[in-house]
Design a binder for this molecule. Structure first.
Ligand code: SF4
Ligand code: SF4
Ligand code: SF4
Length: 255
């Protein structure tokens, strides 16, 4: 029997882009395949081994039947790792949480709404204990490799607790606010090397909030830079709806 740690990948409500990123990462780091045994990975293989020690879970929990499956994964695995913003934060799926579920069901499924089971989307940590989360939409390829190596070494991976702005400044980018644009970098957890602002696009918060984000202050800055309450709400709820609601920072901007 193989002594290599057995790992498995699972998908819940998601676009499966994080699993694609895993495949991409492993193509560039085939040495990792020498030290682990992948027993289940629907996007890459047809075997469905049930004997695994580390479970990587992509996707949010968005229906009651997801819960039993998540609990079964938790019972089997020594380590459960949330893979990407959907699993870590509820992700884009949680946008609907701030709207009437019946309206959302009708909008998406029209006259077939009764056919589909659904409820407000949640991160997997709302259902089971999670040992670690790899943030991002999608995850960062290098961060995935680093986290896997550290888990295999028995170490606890650490995420930056500072905002994207720190990495952005280290790259000597001109701040988007000085270029007539807006950005969520000041409240978003770093670790992506500020990839979006480095290419002129706003950080949209896909890696989640830093500890103790100053959200009221950022809202003031966004307002000063011309964003309406509706635009601010749309920006802050793309990835952060669940965290915002969890942090009870709901205010008159509708977040
Ligand atoms: S985090 Fe983004 S890339 Fe990953 S599964 Fe969710 S939507 Fe897709
Ligand atoms: S562009 Fe965004 S991430 Fe970069 S410094 Fe400005 S606010 Fe921060
Ligand atoms: S800059 Fe922001 S939106 Fe872009 S990858 Fe980093 S955390 Fe995600």
């Amino acid at each position: 029997m193989s002594a290599r740690p057995k790992i498995a990948f699972f998908d819940f409500t998601s676009c499966e882009g994080c699993q694609l990123t895993v495949i991409d990462s492993l193509q560039n780091h085939p040495e990792l395949l020498e030290v682990v045994e992948i027993v289940q990975f629907r996007e890459a293989m047809s075997e469905k081994g049930q004997d695994y020690a580390i479970a990587f879970v992509e996707g949010s929990c968005s229906r009651a039947s997801d819960e039993a499956r998540l609990i079964a994964i938790r019972e089997q695995a020594d380590l459960v790792v949330a893979l990407g913003a959907c699993a870590h934060l509820g992700g884009v799926n949680a946008i609907r949480n701030s709207q009437e579920l019946s309206d959302v069901r009708k909008y998406v499924y029209q006259d077939k709404a009764e056919w589909y089971e659904t409820y407000p989307a949640r991160p997997i940590s709302a259902v089971v204990d999670v040992d670690f989360a790899i943030p991002g939409c999608p995850i960062d390829r290098d961060e995935f490799i680093r986290v896997v190596r550290q888990l295999l070494q028995g170490r606890t991976p650490q995420l930056p607790e500072y905002p994207v702005c720190v990495e952005c400044k280290l790259k000597e980018n001109v701040c988007l606010f000085l270029r007539g644009k807006t950005c969520l970098g000041p409240i978003t957890r770093a670790g992506c090397d500020a990839i979006c602002p480095s290419f002129g696009s706003a950080c949209e918060g896909c890696r989640g909030l830093i500890p103790q984000p100053n959200i009221p202050s950022l809202k003031e800055v966004l307002k000063e830079h011309g964003l309406s309450m509706e635009e601010t709400s749309a920006m802050m709820t793309l990835f952060l709806t669940y965290q915002m609601m969890d942090h009870e920072v709901v205010d008159d901007a509708g977040i």
